[in-house]
Design a protein around this ligand. Structure first.
Ligand code: BTN
Length: 252
């Protein structure tokens, strides 16, 4: 197990060569009662899922396509904070294993030089007041040498940015150890102690942005996140909007 220094995360690993989506397998493992910390890792996904019903390009042997199952006792409305916790872990793991300095674009994109290198998809199994499981899906473009034309402008890999191959097992180990650490802090003290850390990696904070929400666009400056991980956007009239879910466009 890679010398993995975790207590729970990665104690049960489902490693598969090819799968439709690690999230889908993780959902059925949850239903079969798998323990907290179970992870699913695939070499390739044939139908990788992104946020907002997008597909996630997951070619063989070149990236990390992984789902992490947690079973916290929490109300479902806390689940978006797990995306932010995972993003901190991914950014730090990349920074420690490469010469690169990734940044977080709220809520779930990890960027290098403005292009997406990683995305996080947090899904839930819950009833109205209680979480049964949180499934954190993490996709990282690690050793891809190039991307299909339709993705070239928006996507990149650690290899393209650094010119070097990165060992995926080292990254996975670092990510699991960090998620475990931050998960423990979160369960003991909530998100507040992690907020400054998250903001220190965030690209969108302090910038003029457009938030594309289901109820229309809101234009303003991203001024930070709340203790719950909700984005705060200040418009021209200095009115602060709380953004729970949106696609963010950063104005240059
Ligand atoms: C996004 O940026 O839209 C989120 C992308 C999440 C992709 C990962 S890859 C592993 C896991 N399995 C999936 O089908 N999706 C997530």
């Amino acid at each position: 197990q890679l010398g993995l220094k975790t207590k729970k995360l990665g104690c049960t690993i489902y490693y598969v060569e090819s799968i439709d989506s690690t999230q889908k397998l993780a959902h059925s493992l949850v239903q079969d009662g798998c323990p907290e910390g179970t992870i699913v890792v695939a070499e390739e996904q044939l139908n990788g899922r992104g946020r907002l019903a997008r597909t996630w390009f997951s070619p063989k042997y070149s990236g990390i396509w992984m789902s992490v199952i947690l079973r916290p006792t929490l109300p479902p409305k806390m689940s978006p904070q797990f995306t932010l916790i995972a993003a901190i872990a991914v950014v730090q793991a990349i920074a420690e294993n490469t010469t690169l300095h990734p940044e977080i674009k709220w809520p779930n994109d990890i960027l290098i030089n403005g292009k997406k290198v990683s995305g996080i998809l947090t899904e839930l199994q819950a009833d109205s007041d209680k979480v049964h499981a949180i499934i954190i899906g993490i996709g990282i473009n690690v050793n891809q040498k190039q991307f299909p034309d339709e993705l070239k402008q928006i996507a990149t890999s650690l290899f393209i940015e650094s010119g070097k191959e990165t060992k995926r097992s080292h990254l996975i180990q670092a990510i699991l150890e960090k998620i475990e650490t931050y998960y423990q802090i979160y369960m003991e003290k909530g998100f507040a102690p992690l907020k400054l850390l998250w903001e220190s990696y965030a690209v969108s904070i302090g910038k003029d942005i457009i938030a594309h929400t289901l109820n229309g666009d809101i234009i303003g400056k991203a001024i930070g996140i709340t203790d719950e991980g909700v984005l705060k956007l200040e418009d021209q009239d200095e009115k602060v909007h709380l953004i729970y879910s949106a696609d963010i466009e950063i104005q240059s």
